[in-house]
Design a protein around this ligand. Structure first.
Ligand code: F6R
Length: 263
């Protein structure tokens, strides 16, 4: 795992977007795993800006989202399908038939999760998976005690997660759906590269536990420590509780891989 600390949330998101753009340039039919949430909005704005300024081509790119609420139709502006169309897909030259979000309205949810796993496999697996981290330590909607080998499935959301997402539901956590479909921790770990972005002081404590604490099913983001190609990109606020900050900064300043990203 590598941890990169940028001074601001804007700069952290910019770095993530630049990494994604680089991966897409070297593999136009990239299979890109996507996350929703407030943290990712800056990344998607950057991808849109790069497509406009540099003609970045998404026409062969395939995408798979991490998760979707159960019982919210795609056209509803609370659904993650709506979020993705709004923040990214409608603003770039992607073929919407190449974009995949689990169907939280499927009559048979178990069949839907099996279908989703199959679709990822048939696409050749995920090249790069974007991740945010929840205040409960989740990646995707893998709430505490999610098995580290879990696959795409239905999951009940914790009160902490429903509180975290309440702002999108008029501030009322009771309006946040109780259940969601989510890629499993094992599904996420199968991706060839993980890029986790965390910004803001609300994430500082859980991020330090996930990165520098023990691997535990209580904090599904800690499973990133098992992955051999994982970058955690944070702003100063989210980095607050990390003990090895100096070491991470030294690596960023000295590794040739990061030379082009220096200020
Ligand atoms: C969303 C998702 C979640 C979020 C996490 C952070 O698709 O998978 O794990 O990434 O809850 O959300 P924000 O960015 O809103 O703090």
């Amino acid at each position: 795992m590598e941890v990169i600390i940028r001074p601001t949330a804007e700069m952290a998101a910019e770095l993530v977007a630049r990494l994604v753009c680089g991966r897409l340039r070297s593999k136009p039919d990239l299979v890109l795993g996507l996350a929703t949430g407030r943290t990712m909005e800056r990344v998607y704005d950057r991808l849109v800006a790069t497509q406009r300024s540099e003609g970045l081509d998404f026409s062969h790119c395939r995408t798979f989202n991490l998760d979707e609420y159960i019982g919210i139709p795609a056209e509803d502006d609370h659904s993650y399908r709506y979020y993705m169309n709004h923040h990214l897909f409608s603003r770039i030259n992607i073929d919407v038939s190449n974009t995949h979000v689990p169907d939280g309205m499927a009559a048979d949810l178990r069949a839907e999760t099996a279908r989703y796993e199959r679709a990822i496999r048939e696409a050749g697996g995920i090249d790069v998976q974007l991740l945010g981290i929840g205040e409960a330590g989740h990646i995707g909607f893998n709430e505490p005690l999610s098995a580290l080998m879990s696959r795409t499935r239905e999951k009940a959301l914790t009160p902490i997660t429903r509180q975290q997402n309440a702002a999108m539901f008029g501030g009322d956590p009771n309006k946040v759906p109780k259940r969601a479909l989510t890629m499993g921790v094992g599904t996420i770990l199968d991706s060839r590269e993980l890029l986790l972005l965390a910004t803001g002081s609300a994430k500082a404590s859980i991020l330090a536990k996930a990165v520098e604490g023990p691997i535990t099913a209580m904090i599904s983001a800690s499973a990133m420590q098992l992955h051999s190609n994982c970058k955690v990109i944070v702003d100063e606020e989210a980095a607050r509780d990390l003990k090895e900050r100096d070491y991470y900064n030294w690596i960023f300043q000295n590794e040739p891989e990061w030379e082009e990203f220096q200020d």
